[in-house]
Design a binder for this molecule. Structure first.
Ligand code: AQP
Length: 340
């Protein structure tokens, strides 16, 4: 009989820059929904992933606190969910090493995110950590025996690799110790695209600030970025099908759907035949209404960094209570002698 695991959610965000509307709709908003469903939820600011590309140390600390503030401001309750930064729980690094010895190098080279991040550059000159990133991500998830991981569409391939690593570990050691985790990719905005190029993902590390909405942007900046967002000359279509070859238009409609909680078809029906001159101000109004309270609360929380650090420390202690026995058992399965 297959082993059964307690439903448990794990997910993370890299504090590699300020969080974007993409992180909010693809991840954060859904993290809050999962917390409200009453499932055990563990959320992590993955600072060890962030340093796979160079981070200024002072900025990394600031971005980690800012990301924690964004989680809380968006509705994560640090008493109900566990919220912490990855490097405080050493089991992530330890399990990642064991998984580095289970996973195959070829699996890593096939990851599109690795290819994207090294494209046009000398891949041989990127950090070893960037190549091994999915193995650390598998450790993040499996250290807690998480059964579900809410993510945006871009993380689907990494999640498949987590499943492959769990399956290979279980097979190699003749066990069913690790669960085969399910990705949870839901909602209208699982892939928010750049405002300046609807074929590219909105990303916190994009050199162009106009390509994204940051959770720290004020109302005027949000409205300006939406006004300048790339579109085409046609009015909005009558059907969802009509958005098919219009990436920029589709992106704005998806963002509207994600923010309003309506299905894409509902948004298309509401704005059928409208010009962008009509649609964009409505979108800007909605974005400001949804994001301004989060930004205000983030700014308030950021005034007390010591309190944020306390919350992260408390989260790390609680995460460690779950992680420690799972790591100890993994080492035992592998044949390592523990302290007894
Ligand atoms: N554009 C997006 N649309 C929907 N979901 C997104 N996510 C990120 N961008 C979008 C989701 O946010 C979670 C955290 O992602 P991450 O910060 O760990 O890494 P990422 O996917 O690489 O995000 P960025 O913004 O593109 O970061 P950089 O620029 O540092 O690489 C994930 O669930 C992701 O799916």
């Amino acid at each position: 009989m297959a082993a059964s695991f307690k439903p448990r959610i794990f997910s993370g965000i890299q504090p590699s820059g300020g969080l974007t509307l993409g992180n909010y709709l693809g991840a954060l908003k859904r993290f809050v929904e999962k917390q409200e469903e009453g499932i055990e939820t563990i959320y992590c600011l993955v600072d060890m992933h962030a340093i796979t590309v160079w981070q200024d140390p002072e900025k990394l600390r600031q971005q980690t606190r800012e990301a924690a503030a964004a989680f809380i401001a968006a509705g994560i309750d640090p008493k109900r969910s566990i919220l912490f930064n990855q490097s405080q729980v050493s089991g992530h690094a330890e399990l990642a090493w064991i998984f580095n010895c289970v996973a195959r190098i070829g699996w890593m080279y096939r990851m599109t995110q690795f290819k994207d991040k090294t494209s046009g550059k000398n891949a041989e000159n990127s950090s070893l950590g960037l190549l091994a990133y999915p193995s650390l991500m598998a450790a993040d998830i499996l250290l807690y025996h998480a059964t579900m991981v809410p993510v945006g569409e871009d993380q689907k391939q990494h999640l498949e690799l987590t499943r492959d690593i769990a399956a290979k570990f279980n097979h190699d050691y003749g066990t069913e110790f690790f669960p085969i985790t399910e990705p949870v990719i839901e909602g209208a905005a699982t892939r928010v695209m750049s405002l300046t190029d609807g074929t590219k993902k909105m990303s916190k590390s994009d050199p162009s600030d106009n390509s994204r909405i940051n959770l720290t942007d004020d109302a005027d900046t949000i409205a300006k970025k939406i006004r300048r967002a790339k579109t085409d000359p046609l009015p909005l279509p009558e059907t969802v099908e009509g958005l098919k070859d219009r990436p920029d238009a589709r992106n704005l409609v998806n963002i509207y759907a994600g923010l309003s909680g309506q299905p894409v078809a509902g948004v298309v029906a509401e704005f059928a035949g409208a010009q962008f001159g009509t649609f964009k101000p409505k979108l800007a109004e909605l974005a400001v209404a949804k994001l301004a309270p989060i930004t205000t609360e983030m700014n308030r929380l950021m005034k007390d960094p010591a309190e944020i650090d306390r919350i992260l420390g408390d989260g790390a202690d609680r995460a460690d209570v779950i992680a420690a026995p799972i790591l100890a058992r993994t080492k035992e399965i592998v044949g390592m002698i523990g302290r007894g």
